[in-house]
Design a protein around this ligand. Structure first.
Ligand code: ADP
Ligand code: MG
Length: 253
């Protein structure tokens, strides 16, 4: 079966700083991969490469069997045009630490925006689906609230519903609960847990080790732009083999 994400020896530098130094990973359909590691280890950069918000310098990166951002002719790579890149991204939902909702639109308008504007769905149909999605993230009663009238956790759940509205085959989460007050974290993690149960393929950068233990099929510990350790959570979090993993876990657990 074609993996949803396949990275082979991918490298990325910013100027002279090598941020990703040959990363390998695979995520299969319905799997959840949690990326953990200290600040600055390259986790966000790796996520951003997966939807071509950053260009890799070397290696190969495939989403759903398609080369990300490039077309191969012979042994030469040609970068795709903006339109083609947008087409690839359409199937990838991304949720950031900051929710970036449109402040002048209600929750339901935020969720239906992309389906209407990008996919040209009829408004009534998009609104119906948006309301269902808000129901699914536990915000059926907040559909007509503006972001300013919602808590951080509620806004983040709207952001998840908004990403789901494009029916992605892959969801990327970059520390989705890091900006939230502690008491609001649980609801967001709960929605993500349910999403995983429903079979969504997910790559999640998180410091929530309990979540990673419960939900991840694979945990990947990164440090200094390399994969230090990778495996099932009971192994990487429960019984880490490398000194760097151990000292990181000692700091976050
Ligand atoms: P993490 O998400 O694990 O904290 P990042 O991927 O954000 O790590 O960053 C890894 C390294 O790359 C850091 O040293 C950061 O300063 C650097 N970096 C990230 N994005 C850029 C950029 N756009 N320009 C220059 N350096 C960057
Ligand atoms: Mg980051």
């Amino acid at each position: 079966m074609t993996p949803v994400v396949s990275a082979q020896r991918i490298c990325k530098s910013f100027g002279r700083v090598e941020v990703l130094k040959g990363i390998d990973l695979e995520v299969h359909e319905r799997e959840v991969l949690c990326l953990i590691g200290p600040s600055g280890s390259g986790k966000s950069t790796l996520l951003r490469c997966i939807n071509h918000l950053e260009k890799i310098d070397a290696g190969r990166l495939y989403v759903d069997g398609e080369l990300v951002g490039y077309r191969q002719r012979g042994d030469k790579l040609h970068e795709l045009r903006e339109k083609e890149i947008a087409l690839q991204r359409k199937d990838i939902g991304m949720v950031f630490q900051r929710f970036n909702l449109f402040p002048h639109m209600t929750a339901v308008e935020n969720v239906m925006e992309a389906p209407v504007q990008v996919r040209r769905e009829p408004k009534a149909q998009a609104r119906q689906r948006a309301l269902e999605l808000l129901e699914r993230v536990g915000l059926g009663d907040k559909a007509f609230n503006y972001p300013g009238q919602l808590s951080g956790g509620q806004q983040q759940r709207v952001a998840i519903a908004r990403a789901l509205a494009m029916q992605p085959k892959l969801m990327l989460f970059d520390e989705p609960t890091s900006a939230l007050d502690p008491e609001l974290v649980g609801d967001v993690l709960g929605v993500m847990k349910q999403l995983a149960k429903d079979g969504m393929t997910m790559v999640v950068v998180t410091h929530e080790m309990q979540f990673a233990r419960e939900v991840a099929d694979t945990v990947l510990f990164m440090d200094g732009g390399v994969v230090v350790e990778k495996g099932p959570p009971e192994q990487v979090i429960g019984n880490p083999q490398h000194e760097r993993t151990k000292s990181f876990l000692a700091r976050v657990l």
